[in-house]
Ligand binder design. Structure first.
Ligand code: X5A
Ligand code: ZN
Length: 663
């Protein structure tokens, strides 16, 4: 009866015990599913078209991609998907001088201020003092609005007015520095926001995730020695051959002084990185460290030049990748996440990715990521090197190999490429590059046009379907529907008797089974996103549920079983992946591609099931509280499993040992 217990536990989430004495009050349940203190809900969207009021006034091939249409088309697309009306509109304001000076010097502020009244000639001259920057008479006003918009977002989230949100701003911020504009950036919106949040709300740990394709060196400089701000950035690097061409963008820049370990750089040494490379970097670098860091707030330097079709990044991540990145981050900091626009220069790619981010913040179900899931060799090398460099600072990386890989697979190629550029004197070669780029852009346009139609699906009307056996437990469930089975009792008996004649006689077991199948049915017919069912005969129910799935035509089902359970299942056809997290060593079954058993040496069942139920209902973000490192035993068990399985499950790869032949 242990299994029955387990499934019942999933209903008793949040420690909802009878002692509250509210079982009979109809209105109470929703309230009780909020974390205490009451968890915020809603997504803020901050946008003002005034930030489109500046542009490049002269010819500059480096800067001409940073256009007002970036904001206009993103906002248009948000309207198109009816996302604007689902968000809470928060007005922009100007950032004050005091706020700007949380990061910038007053001298620099005065320089930027002085550009307001300049003529084109003067503007050009100021711009030339900086790398990849242009000024316009409206730049100063917009830069103040960009700062203010970001701070409005932080205030909305920190005050609990909303749970999360996005600010669509121009100019971007992450390259700008104490005394310098840089890379289209004037004031460092996100860095200012972090300083502001520390001051105003007394925050002790802020995570900045920079998924823009460029290194936010400006953010790195501000927080290099600051252990209260963890900065994570991946960026096109190509062995320092890519802008901003800095040595300190490499994986070994881990922070300085007290800030050692709080700067995470993942340098991409190749273009063409895609969904699986980004996800691998999240799985193996950012997420383990972030869970150990336990941030109180997440700021995302949300640049989409890391997306497909972007002329700057030349990477391959599709818009739904950003949905997944967002979703993973939403599990941290109690869901307090502020996304702030940085780069993104392919208008279609940018606007679709912005929509995916906002849709996810609104908690819509995520589109699946298509394509083979396997990080490329160069990505794995970068990941291995960052993990090694950070081994001294994070318990989750404690058992890493610390020797960096020097013979990176991309290195010789890179040197050849650099030499080629240096020796090339043919202007035609340059031109050819230019033509290819715009061809690429058009190709990406076409691809995205059809791709988005494929991946976007109508959201089921019900979030979490729930079926329970005992009336007494009804109030323990989140906002739910009591589902009705479309298969009647007689049909069910026939269905069951084909497998187990004895079972048909057990009224209670049949009822459980009926509940499980009812929930499953709702999901298969796309009427519910997910569901919870209680069953007194869990293994029987799972067996029938799986059978039902395959009858329905599903090709791949992941089945996670927590606890020691006896399931007689045929795993040979690869339609099912069974993960069993249990204490007992399953002696006769050995791990194979489709059967993975994880033997934890501690009792995690309750915690796990609670987290799953919480995550499903989506009304709150599981909170792990203070970080407790996994035991060495458990970590080694995972390591052993990973080594064994990474040949076949390629997303497990985070080092080139063990699977590259000859190494
Ligand atoms: C915010 C951003 C890029 C500057 C590139 C200059 N800046 N080559 O994406
Ligand atoms: Zn960028």
């Amino acid at each position: 009866m242990r299994e029955a217990e387990l499934l019942r536990v999933s209903l008793r989430i949040h420690g909802l015990t009878k002692e509250t004495g509210r079982e009979n009050k109809e209105a109470a349940p929703q309230q009780r599913y909020k974390d205490s203190p009451a968890m915020a809900s809603g997504t803020a969207l901050i946008y003002d078209d005034e930030m489109t009021s500046y542009k490049l006034l002269w010819d500059d091939p480096e800067c001409d991609i940073e256009v007002p249409e970036r904001l206009l088309s993103s906002y248009e697309q948000l309207k198109h998907y009816h996302l604007v009306e689902r968000c809470i509109h928060v007005p922009v304001r100007e950032g004050t001088e005091e706020e700007i000076m949380l990061v910038h010097s007053s001298e620099y502020l005065e320089v930027v201020k002085s550009t307001q009244t300049m003529n084109e000639e003067e503007l050009r001259r100021v711009s030339e003092n900086y790398d990849a920057v242009y000024f316009h008479p409206n730049t100063y006003r917009c830069a103040k609005l960009a700062v203010g918009a970001t701070l409005q977002l932080v205030d909305s989230v920190m005050s609990g007015k909303v749970r999360n949100g996005m600010a669509l701003v121009r100019p971007p911020g992450h390259h700008s520095q104490r005394n310098a504009a840089n890379g289209f950036c004037v004031f460092n919106n996100v860095a200012i926001a972090a300083q502001y949040a520390k001051r105003r709300y007394g925050l002790q740990r802020i995570l900045i995730v920079d998924w823009d394709v460029h290194h936010g060196q400006g953010v790195q400089y501000v927080f290099e020695e600051d252990p209260s701000v963890l900065y994570y950035s991946w960026h096109r690097y190509e062995h320092q051959q890519f802008w901003p061409l800095l040595r300190e963008s490499d994986y070994d820049a881990v922070g300085q002084g007290k800030g050692k370990g709080f700067n995470l750089n993942v340098p991409w040494n190749k273009v063409g990185m895609g969904n699986s490379d980004y996800l691998a970097a999240f799985f193996h670098v950012l997420l383990p460290v972030a869970f150990e860091f336990v941030p109180e707030l997440i700021l995302v330097s949300s640049g989409y030049d890391s997306g497909i079709g972007d002329p700057e990044g030349q990477m391959n991540a599709t818009p739904e990748c950003f949905a997944h990145l967002t979703h993973f981050l939403m599990q941290l900091a109690n869901g307090r996440l502020c996304a702030v626009l940085e780069g993104g220069y392919h208008l279609k790619s940018l606007s679709e990715s912005v929509c995916m981010t906002v849709k996810t913040l609104l908690r819509d179900p995520l589109p699946q990521i298509a394509g083979e899931m396997a990080p490329c060799l160069s990505a794995i090398e970068s990941i291995q090197n960052v993990r090694g460099a950070h081994k001294p600072y994070w318990k989750c990386l404690m058992y890493e190999e610390a020797t960096p890989l020097h013979d990176l697979s991309t290195k010789s190629q890179q040197i050849m490429k650099a030499e080629l550029i240096q020796t090339s004197t043919h202007p035609t070669a340059e031109q050819a590059v230019g033509t290819t780029k715009s061809d690429e852009a058009i190709k990406a346009d076409r691809f995205l046009e059809s791709h988005m139609k494929k991946i976007l699906f109508p959201v089921p009307p019900v979030k979490t379907a729930a079926a329970i056996v005992s009336k007494a437990d009804a109030h323990l469930l989140p906002v739910s529907v009591q589902v009705e089975m479309e298969m009647n009792a007689q049909e069910l008996k026939t269905f069951v008797s084909a497998f187990d004649v004895e079972l048909v006689k057990e009224e209670k077991a049949l009822l459980s089974l009926q509940n499980v199948l009812a929930v499953l049915d709702k999901i298969l017919k796309k009427k519910a996103c997910n569901g919870i069912a209680e069953s007194s005969v869990a293994s029987v129910s799972i067996t029938f549920a799986l059978k039902h799935c395959f009858d329905f035509g599903l090709q791949r089902v992941l089945c996670i079983v927590v606890g020691d359970m006896d399931l007689e299942l045929d795993l040979d056809d690869g339609k099912m992946l069974l993960m069993n997290i249990c204490q007992k060593q399953q002696t006769e079954k050995t791990n194979s591609k489709y059967y993975i058993s994880l033997n934890w040496k501690e009792d995690t069942e309750i915690k796990l099931v609670q987290s799953v139920a919480k995550a499903l209902s989506g009304v709150s973000t599981p909170d792990f509280g203070a970080y407790t490192p996994a035991s060495q035993e458990n970590v080694l068990e995972i390591k052993r499993l990973r080594d064994q399985l990474q040949q076949e499950w390629k997303m497990l790869r985070c080092s080139v040992r063990n699977w590259v032949s000859g190494s």
